[in-house]
Design a protein around this ligand. Structure first.
Ligand code: M6R
Length: 366
């Protein structure tokens, strides 16, 4: 039931604060530590032995894995690769010793993801873990360890709350792995408290809806857009671009902002809006100079920036003040305005938002 919402997608965007609360429920102790068995009773023993992480997924779930890769390496200090299932499964890959094979899937029925897991099992992986929204799914059945996101049913073909809850689940996994590798107690509690603050923070981001709806008009007639981010916000930009493509049928491409001058800058002109996410981290000055490169070519910029970052709006440069959040949870927070932007652009273009052409909710074919 859509309730008062015009589309399931909008309802599911708005459900994210509660969905994240459900993901955290029963996984956190009163002292802001993660339950030792949040990933299953055998998990701590397995985590002790792993030396590498291989993440496999498709589409939006792949983007969640891509964000987590940054977290695994920076927070847990463990090497991590991420690849789309349809490539991995047909490739002669080398599996490092004691690899934890992590699959991510909303449905748990995506054919390529299942096939990649089966391929990896044949090669003799050390252990498999899935992050999934459907407890009765094939993926959950076939994995050694399973973590259910509890996002609730997602009806819109465009994945929204499944993605942000996957990110929360992945951060819990990263911290659980980091703990056995010596993460300090205070750091664990700090990250957990940040995750617990997400519902309130996301409510404040959802309050930007009207402002985002107003600028969506400016995208209605465009044919191409560019999404920019750096670090863990590059996959956030990829997810923003996928959302726009999928439901508004506007061509959208994501680039790590530092790659602009290696090619895509040639495309930038007045007719191609450029959307950038600018959290307050140590890459912000680099990102600002990338934005200058766009302005110098008359590119129209839409920047979602931490309210503590000073970017002065001017003609052709619109700035949306985002709540100031730490780098740990920023990818989750910055995802939401991009979902809202795609949604409103699609509504303006009159597409079938919940059932975009040519797409199925669950891709059970190869
Ligand atoms: O159910 P899964 O998470 O395995 O699905 C993977 C993709 O098919 C899915 O995320 C797809 O990209 C979405 N339509 C994106 O919004």
């Amino acid at each position: 039931d859509k309730g008062t919402y015009r589309h399931y997608m909008l309802k599911e965007i708005y459900e994210q604060p509660q969905a994240i609360q459900r993901t955290l429920e029963d996984r956190i102790q009163a002292n802001h530590r993660i339950q030792p068995h949040a990933f299953g009773t055998q998990a701590p023993d397995i985590f002790e032995k792993i030396k590498h992480i291989q993440i496999i997924a498709c589409g939006t779930s792949y983007h969640a894995g891509y964000v987590a890769r940054y977290w695994f390496e920076s927070i847990a200090g463990i090497s991590c690769n991420v690849e789309v299932a349809s490539e991995y499964r047909y490739r002669q890959s080398v599996l490092p010793e004691n690899t934890l094979f992590v699959t991510i899937s909303q449905s748990g029925e995506t054919a390529d993801t299942l096939a990649a897991l089966r391929e990896a099992k044949k090669k003799g992986i050390f252990a498999s873990l899935c992050i999934c929204n459907v407890p009765t799914s094939t993926l959950v059945r076939e994995s050694d360890l399973a973590f259910i996101t509890h996002a609730g049913p997602e009806i819109g073909v465009a994945s929204t709350k499944a993605f942000t809850t996957q990110l929360v689940a992945l951060m819990l996994l990263v911290v659980s792995v980091a703990k056995v590798r010596g993460l300090e107690l205070a750091r664990e509690q700090q990250i957990v408290q940040q995750l617990q603050s997400l519902p309130v923070i996301l409510d404040s981001v959802l309050a930007m809806d009207k402002a985002i709806e107003r600028i969506a008009e400016e995208f209605g007639e465009k044919h191409h857009t560019l999404f920019l981010g750096r670090g863990a916000h590059y996959p956030v930009a990829m997810e923003g671009a996928l959302k726009l493509k999928e439901i508004s049928y506007i061509h959208a491409e994501a680039y790590p902002a530092g790659e602009l001058k290696h090619g895509p800058l040639a495309l930038v002109d007045h007719d191609m809006p450029v959307v950038a996410v600018a959290p307050n981290n140590d890459l912000i000055d680099k990102l600002k100079s990338n934005l200058q490169e766009v302005r110098a070519r008359a590119g129209e910029l839409y920047v979602f920036a931490d309210s503590k970052v000073h970017i002065t709006p001017e003609i052709g440069l619109k700035v949306f003040a985002m709540p100031s959040v730490s780098d740990d949870i920023a990818p989750i927070v910055y995802t939401v305005p991009l979902q809202l932007l795609s949604y409103h652009v699609a509504v303006i273009r009159g597409t079938d938002v919940d059932q975009p052409r040519n797409l199925a909710k669950s891709v059970t074919v190869e």
